[in-house]
Design a protein. Structure first.
Length: 296
């Protein structure tokens, strides 16, 4: 599933392409992605609307629109789910099979495509209010982060996936940040000591910044079998030397040697998601023993 860096890369790509463009028509082919917005509501709201801005909140894309007859801007939010894509398509091109929503921008279509339809493209913005602090923002302080962890009995890796704790972090970057902070993913969130909280906050920010700089963990994909059609998914930033996936230290490296100590990386399942870690660099028992000694 796309995480904060992938969505940020997509937002930066789409922003100059859509801002200032006016929506001439709306085609809805999969109404379930609009829930709870109805097809009629979306069409009435978006026809004649102009894109004013595009930003990111957690894993959500937030489109700001100026609508005819409306005094204040309207927000439309998009979520890629597991397989979502958003891009501009030349008007003469054939719409893809899984195009869920298509906005007519004149010479081009804005396409929201989703093969599994787990994403969202809706006027309902309530999900944004439930999100925790942005990990790259000023509100993500060690104190606020520590307070959120102190209330949780969940394993720290599982807690990091809770979007009300910190917005935008998902499976890949949670594993990567824990490895860099030398924290066992099975350790209960509330048992992290202040030094570990500060270290984890730093590594979360570092791994996200690095992933954004390199583009993302997912290669560039195209909407047809022909390469070079110019359709942007989420992936390598222009000019990046390689994909960030090649720089991941533990994720999806089960059985491969740790970059620090050469111990084989292990994979376990937590909350139905794969977790990758180094048992030597992130020892659960040693960490607990150390904390008990420090508390005496």
């Amino acid at each position: 599933m796309p995480e904060l860096p992938e969505v940020e890369v997509l937002v930066r790509h789409l922003r100059p392409l859509v801002c200032g463009r006016t929506i001439r028509g709306v085609l809805v082919r999969r109404a379930r992605v609009l829930t709870p917005t109805s097809t009629g509501q979306l069409k009435r709201a978006l026809r004649g609307a102009t894109f004013l801005g595009l930003s990111r909140r957690g894993k959500y894309l937030v489109f700001e629109l100026r609508c005819p007859g409306r005094r204040t801007p309207l927000n439309l939010i998009g979520h890629l789910g597991m397989t979502g894509r958003m891009y501009l398509l030349p008007r003469r091109a054939t719409l893809p099979k899984h195009a869920a929503v298509v906005l007519d921008l004149g010479r081009e279509f804005f396409v929201y495509e989703d093969a599994r339809y787990f994403g969202r493209f809706t006027l309902d913005t309530r999900a944004l209010a439930r999100l925790g602090p942005e990990p790259l923002g000023e509100d993500f302080s060690a104190a606020i982060f520590g307070a959120a962890l102190a209330r949780s009995r969940q394993a720290i890796k599982v807690k990091l996936l809770d979007q009300s704790c910190v917005a935008g972090v998902g499976n890949i970057y949670a594993s990567e940040a824990l490895f860099r902070a030398r924290i066992a993913p099975q350790l209960a969130a509330r048992k992290l000591n202040p030094d570990q909280v500060r270290a984890l906050r730093r590594t979360i920010r570092a791994v996200l910044v690095e992933a954004i700089r390199w583009g993302s963990t997912i290669p560039l994909h195209y909407g047809t079998q022909r390469s070079g059609d110019g359709l942007f998914y989420f992936g390598r930033a222009a000019g990046a030397a390689d994909y960030f996936a090649e720089r991941l230290r533990v994720y999806d490296r089960n059985g491969l040697p740790c970059s620090r100590c050469q111990t084989a990386i292990r994979r376990i399942v937590q909350a139905a998601r794969s977790t990758f870690f180094c048992p030597e660099c992130q020892p659960r028992k040693k960490a607990q023993a150390k904390m008990r000694a420090e508390s005496v």
